[in-house]
Unconditional design. Structure first.
Length: 58
């Protein structure tokens, strides 16, 4: 491999051994947590059922 200085002169560059460049990074598996199912408050349902019952009775 060659390196060029500011004047454009080419000089040989010796690379370090490959063993020194290897860095082992332990990758942790990414856990995908599904979002909880949407839960409507119970009073919403009771209000809807009460409204439906009122409409049925009238």
């Amino acid at each position: 491999m060659y390196s060029y200085d500011a004047a454009g002169n080419r000089t040989a560059v010796s690379l370090p051994p490959a063993e020194e460049k290897l860095v082992v990074v332990e990758e942790k598996p990414v856990e995908i947590v599904p979002p909880p199912p949407p839960q409507s408050p119970p009073h919403l349902y009771s209000g809807l059922f009460a409204l439906a019952a009122r409409l049925r009775l009238s």
